[in-house]
Design a protein around this ligand. Structure first.
Ligand code: ACO
Ligand code: ZN
Length: 174
């Protein structure tokens, strides 16, 4: 796998919790930990081959954060899709945020923000015109994070989740 130094980041936090976090591209051997975090932190679970195909197709857009003992504590994954442009007949590339999660004990330390910032740079290289995502209307925390990056609510997708909850469809034009 090609390494992309530009996407690597160290987060140091000298406060009492002695945080030392390293962000890098996901590798095949990280997938088990990624799936574990997803199943713990989010109700939307995916089969192994789903993660694997995203990693195979968009490796630069799949990042993880690890602690100083090399434990994976967070991930973010995107895919790039073709979608009809809203103002012409052309198709455009969209970066679609598939999933992000930070383990509970590591939240509110800037990891989510760092994952989002670094991965957005990688996704942009696919010549996308827009970033898009869906988020539960009740997920205030995630909505705040996306708003911090200037995502705007475009519309509501009714009954989007299996339990019937609606999603906000949020977008950010480039
Ligand atoms: N309350 C309000 N705003 C918050 C909170 C909170 N508890 N936590 C984060 N934010 C917002 C703030 O704007 C914050 O900026 P600030 O610290 O300057 O105020 C910003 O997010 C960045 O905070 P981080 O510390 O970088 O975020 P964190 O590492 O905690 O990760 C995340 C945020 C990913 C949403 C985390 O809470 C999480 O894993 N939640 C469970 C999984 C989840 O809901 N994922 C999103 C699903 S939607 C999808 O994947 C497309
Ligand atoms: Zn989606």
């Amino acid at each position: 796998m090609t390494t992309n130094k530009e996407l690597e980041t160290n987060i140091f936090n000298n406060s009492k919790d002695d945080l030392e976090i390293y962000i890098r591209q996901c590798k095949l051997e990280d997938l088990e930990s990624v799936i574990e975090i997803n199943e713990r932190e989010l109700p939307e679970d995916y089969p192994y081959f789903f993660y694997k195909s995203i990693l195979d197709n968009f490796p630069g857009c799949f990042l993880i954060a690890q602690d100083k003992n090399s434990n994976v504590v967070a991930y973010i994954m995107w895919r790039v899709e073709k979608a009809p442009s809203t103002n012409s007949l052309k198709y455009i590339n969209q970066g679609h945020l598939v999933s992000i999660a930070v383990s509970k004990n590591y939240r509110r330390k800037g990891i989510g923000q760092a994952l989002l910032a670094n991965s957005m740079k990688a996704v942009k290289k696919y010549k996308i015109k827009q970033y898009v995502l869906e988020v539960r209307v009740s997920n205030y925390t995630a909505i705040r994070l996306y708003e911090k990056f200037n995502f705007k609510i475009d519309s509501i997708k009714k009954n989007y989740y299996r339990d019937g909850e609606n999603a906000y469809y949020m977008t950010l034009d480039i």
